[in-house]
Design a protein around this ligand. Structure first.
Ligand SMILES: Nc1ncnc2c1ncn2[C@@H]1O[C@H](COP(=O)(O)OP(=O)(O)OP(=O)(O)O)[C@@H](O)[C@H]1O
Ligand SMILES: Cc1ncc(CO)c(N)n1
Length: 265
């Protein structure tokens, strides 16, 4: 069986973070493992507490995983401080981890900051060069590219800038745009749009975590990057269109109904 590891934070409400990642990887047919970076007290309305593990403990988790069941792909989500970012980089290099998908989580859907502002430069320096793919949303891509993104052309330009700077492929997600939820993949000098009809569902808690985990799961199974993104986007749209409505705020998606049958291998 193919295996994948998520390095991310726990979401007590189960919609994002580690919980979304494990559901997604399992539904996509790979064995899921986790190295938890932080506990968040969180629900559909907001984040009320963040309790980070120490860098030493994260190193122990990563040693335990890599020395026993090697992951075929790694998804990285919430890493809220510089120490946790550095230790992740060291361990991923030490073990020669492959197929690293980096979701540069900065702010939760509810608006809470999940990455200290001063740690952004460390994330960029340490982890972007190790990643096969980075998956920023529009506000994150503005931070990484240093320019504002208002149009389709701005998205294409920003993805190209990030790829050129850091030597990784870029999937710039359009969930925060006003029109359709189209994502732009920039890979080895060529760009491709992945079209997604906007689903009128305000319950988008964990969409970014789910998409990056589904990409990692498909890379773990041996699909190309383009196919992995295509399959992940189908999975995400399926989970969103199941129209689950839980909690008072932006609720989670329904993973049990995510597979439309097209990719249910
Ligand atoms: N209403 C929607 N309908 C269809 N697809 C959507 C919708 N909202 C987001 N998406 C898709 O969900 C994926 C995640 O994109 P988004 O830009 O929301 O990421 P994010 O902001 O990192 O997520 P999160 O809110 O979990 O932090 C993308 O493929 C995006 O196109
Ligand atoms: C733990 C965690 N990771 C990532 C996100 C981003 O949606 C979140 N809300 N919570």
């Amino acid at each position: 069986m193919n295996t994948a590891l998520t390095i991310a934070g726990s979401d007590s409400s189960g919609g994002a973070g580690i919980q979304a990642d494990i559901k997604t990887m399992t539904m996509n047919g790979v064995y899921a493992m986790s190295a938890i970076t932080s506990l968040t007290a969180q629900n559909t309305v907001g984040v009320t507490g963040i309790y980070n593990v120490t860098p030493e403990f994260l190193a122990q988790e990563l040693d335990a995983v890599f020395s026993d069941i090697r992951p075929d792909a790694v998804k990285i989500g919430m890493l809220s401080d510089a120490g946790l970012i550095r230790v992740s980089g060291e361990k991923l290099q030490q073990y020669g981890a492959k197929h690293i998908v980096l979701d540069p989580v900065m702010v939760a859907t509810s608006g809470a900051r999940l990455l200290a502002e001063e740690a952004v430069t460390v994330l960029v320096k340490v982890l972007l060069p190790l990643a096969e793919l980075v998956t920023p949303n529009i506000p994150e891509a503005e931070v990484l590219s240093g320019g504002s993104i208002k149009s389709k052309e701005d998205m294409e330009r920003a993805a190209e800038t990030i790829a050129a700077h850091y030597g990784c492929h870029v999937l710039l997600k359009g969930g925060h745009s006003v029109s359709d939820a189209n994502d732009f993949l920039y890979e080895q000098g060529k760009g491709r749009w992945f079209k997604g009809e906007r689903i009128e569902n305000p319950n988008t808690h964990g969409t970014g975590c789910t998409l990056s985990s589904a990409i990692a799961a498909n890379l773990a199974k041996g699909y190309s990057l383009e196919d992995s993104v295509g399959r992940a986007k189908e999975y995400l749209s399926g989970a969103l269109s199941a129209m689950l409505d839980l909690g008072a705020g932006s609720g989670p998606m329904n993973h049990a109904f995510a597979l439309t049958g097209k990719f249910s291998d």
